[in-house]
Design a protein around this ligand. Structure first.
Ligand SMILES: *Cc1c(COP(=O)(O)O)cnc(C)c1O
Length: 464
């Protein structure tokens, strides 16, 4: 399988190259040159298989011969052995025809572990084979950084540096980044906010001398391998409710559009998905886009579901590429307008394709809290605020007795204890394996929000 850029002006890459590169050099995102198909029969055979077995079958067509079958099985096994639920991504029933897909049983209690754990193992195997080492640098507002640290800690071929805004992440989030003791983990508390960290990351990637010297690699949400890992749980959950013999729908709490785009990929591959519903919080650019065809930025308004506080959803570009029949000149035009003029309007054709595939809804702050409270009352399930936005939006969709609805639960409630307690009066405890998080020793380096200072630290620690 070859990978092409949505902007059409970067070289075609193999899976391994696309994974190690991340962003394309023309500013676009890598996508497979075509969507592999799984037959009705192949999907039916997933019934009763383990998560790992389905993961192998679903991802295999995308990775081609990057890994031998034996290597790839090993990668998948090691990746998900860190999950504390044997089903990996279990399904829980909320109501007669509404189900919750729990994606938070990984080491950092958020769905980003599903992709990050796999990517860590894939990097390690690919780099060892090349005899190479890379430096992973990431910027985080909380969840991504800890997921990357958990995925790469202790690996031989990788150093991982995570920049987070000093004093602006929750204590659970900070401790998840500062307590791993492995020597290849470097938590950098940067003076500034999340935007400072992101700008520093961008500058670092544009400093080619530095980039080559430390062999910089990125694992942010536009990395194709991350999207791919997420396609798997659409298959496992749908099959457990009767697919491919009947259709299912999904509602997905959305920020960068990576998770819901993975659902779209599953559908393109042949999974009979009826509706894909994008759920936003008050930062509702995607809801507005689905409803009006206008993709226009506004400011970011901090919410109790902070991982969805985004105004530019980077993965949306992958969908726009398909909405315009994979015509890269149209994508270039739209995303240049987004950058220069703050938005774009989809053509009639693109807009009608979008509404053929997607529905959407928005969940306000008070609705989020009310939903957490209501669901505890109905089921004893304690939702995190992100998951609550999906459950709320799902419950507003026209009911169809023939089509079950699956809402994605993207984080464990204990990751957002203050918001959850304020909503429903329950203080969600950390799972037993993390109960000592507050007793562990922390290790972090405080740095000025200054490119030279941070590059110097990275060079020194990697001996580059
Ligand atoms: C990252 C994240 C999201 C948003 O996922 P996208 O793939 O960016 O749309 C939702 N919920 C939680 C808890 C997250 O960490």
């Amino acid at each position: 399988m070859k990978y092409i850029s949505t902007r059409g002006q970067a070289p075609e890459l193999t899976f391994e190259e696309a994974m190690l590169t991340g962003l394309a050099r023309d500013g676009g995102l890598y996508v497979p040159e075509s969507w592999p198909q799984l037959s009705h029969r192949q999907i039916a055979e997933f019934a009763g298989k383990s998560y790992e077995e389905v993961a192998f079958e679903v991802m295999k067509p995308f990775i081609g011969d990057t890994f031998t079958d034996e290597e790839f099985f090993g990668i998948i096994d090691r990746a998900y052995s860190s999950f504390d639920h044997v089903a990996r991504c279990p399904l829980v029933q909320l109501d007669s025809n509404h189900f919750l897909l729990e994606l938070f049983h990984g080491p950092t209690l958020a769905f980003k572990d599903v992709a990050m754990q796999l990517i860590g193992q894939m990097f390690e195997v690919a780099l060892k084979r090349r005899g190479a080492r890379v430096t992973i640098v990431g910027a985080t507002s909380g969840d991504t950084g800890s997921a990357a640290i958990e995925a790469f800690k202790g690996l031989e071929a990788v150093d991982v540096f995570i920049m987070f805004p000093h004093g602006r992440v929750s204590e659970v989030q900070r401790r998840q980044m500062t307590t791993p003791s492995e020597s290849n983990v470097h938590a950098l508390a940067v003076d500034g906010d999340f935007d400072t960290c992101q700008a520093l990351l961008k500058d670092m990637f544009n400093d080619f001398e530095f980039r080559d010297r430390v062999k910089l690699a990125g694992v942010n949400s536009i990395n194709w391998a991350r999207v791919l890992a997420q396609v798997v749980y659409y298959f496992t959950s749908a099959v457990s409710l009767g697919a491919p013999h009947r259709k299912v729908s999904f509602t997905v709490p959305t920020g960068n559009f990576g998770d819901i785009f993975a659902g779209y990929v599953a559908k393109r591959m042949g999974l009979p998905i009826d509706r894909l519903v994008t759920a936003t919080n008050q930062n509702d650019i995607l809801h507005r886009t689905v409803q009006t065809g206008k993709h226009i930025k506004k400011g970011v308004f901090p919410s109790i579901s902070p991982s969805m506080d985004i105004q530019v959803s980077s993965n949306f570009e992958r969908l726009v590429f398909d909405l315009y029949d994979r015509e890269s000149s149209a994508v270039r035009q739209q995303f240049e307008a987004l950058k220069d003029e703050g938005g774009f309007v989809l053509s009639q054709g693109a807009r009608s394709r979008l509404s053929d595939e997607f529905d959407s809804g928005r969940c306000s702050e008070s609705e989020t809290r009310a939903t957490v409270k209501k669901i505890v009352g109905m089921t004893n399930e304690v939702l995190c605020p992100h998951s609550a936005t999906a459950v709320k939006v799902a419950s507003e969709q026209p009911p169809d007795p023939d089509v079950p609805m699956i809402s994605l639960a993207t984080a464990h409630p204990a990751k957002f204890p203050a918001a959850v307690e304020a909503a429903c009066g329950i203080h969600p405890p950390l799972p037993p394996r993390m109960a000592d998080l507050f007793d562990r020793d922390e290790r972090q380096t405080r740095v000025a929000g200054d490119l030279q200072a941070i590059e110097a630290i990275i060079r020194e620690r990697t001996c580059a």
